[in-house]
Design a protein around this ligand. Structure first.
Ligand code: PGA
Length: 259
């Protein structure tokens, strides 16, 4: 299995800064002996073309978006359809990020619609789940379990191999306080078991990313934990050298996990 690192740029960069990021990133990422690493860059929609051009087909780097609508076309002011993002070459879309759930009315039913439609358009949805209060009780498992089953509802086991799940505890996002490796291991084990309940053996193949204050210092230990397949990275994905370093450190942890 490859380790997957997703750069969630959120609402950052304009064309010139996105272009400089990508050329610096490609310069230091592509010469790496980068077997077993996949990277997704998820810029804001207006930067998709700039990022696609700057990546220029460099190996191991895919294009993603931070959201996607479920319908093809129509009277949906401000929305962007799966066909539109495909047209730019995007092959991944983050759906149900907690910032969308908290501030923009996103909920499990619409997350499920987005995820299903993305799959139907050949886009791999990265479905985000995570509890909002600090992990200290079984409640976190209940919340994550409910979000997971509702957000993945209606997805066929045949599509499980193209699905990605991200566990992002809301209290860890952008706070500098990542979940501990022990917490991550517990929740990821739980998510794996839920995925197997939903999709049978195919649930074993779904990558489960961790997200929330990852950085080059903490990523190796996080990726050493079983069932952690990579990271969804916010702040640490905004500087090319930091992001490359995170990937390198993460790869070391992931290799140790696979042994
Ligand atoms: P962070 O964000 O790495 O800045 O905590 C992660 C995310 O929101 O995806």
């Amino acid at each position: 299995m490859h380790a997957l690192f997703v750069a969630n740029w959120k609402m950052n960069f304009v064309r010139s800064s996105a272009k400089s990021f990508v050329s610096a990133f490609v310069d230091s990422f592509t010469p790496l002996p980068n077997q077993h690493i996949d990277v997704v860059l998820a810029p804001p929609f207006p930067l998709l073309q700039t990022v696609a051009d700057a990546v220029g087909g460099a190996p191991g780097i895919a294009l993603g978006t931070q959201n996607v609508h479920w319908l093809e076309t129509g009277a949906h002011t401000g929305e962007v359809s799966p066909a539109m993002i495909r047209d730019f070459g995007a092959t991944f879309a983050i759906v149900g990020h907690s910032e969308r759930r908290q501030f923009y009315g996103e909920h499990d039913e619409t997350v499920a619609l987005r995820a299903k439609s993305a799959l139907a358009h050949g886009i791999r949805p990265i479905v985000c789940v995570g509890e909002s209060t600090y992990f200290e009780s079984d409640e976190a498992f209940d919340i994550v379990g409910q979000q997971l089953s509702a957000s993945l509802s209606g997805i066929d086991a045949d599509d499980a191999h193209t699905l990605v799940v991200a566990y992002e505890p809301v209290w860890a996002i952008g706070t500098g306080r990542a979940a501990t490796p022990a917490i991550i291991a517990k929740i990821h084990r739980f998510i794996r078991a839920e995925l197997v309940k939903m999709f049978g053996g195919r649930g074993m193949g779904v990558p489960i990313l961790y997200g929330g204050s990852t950085n080059p210092e903490n990523i190796a230990e996080i990726l050493t934990q079983p069932n952690v397949s990579g990271a969804l990275v916010g702040g640490a994905s905004l500087k090319p050298d930091v992001f490359v370093n995170l990937i390198l450190q993460g790869r070391t942890g992931f290799a140790a996990q696979q042994r």
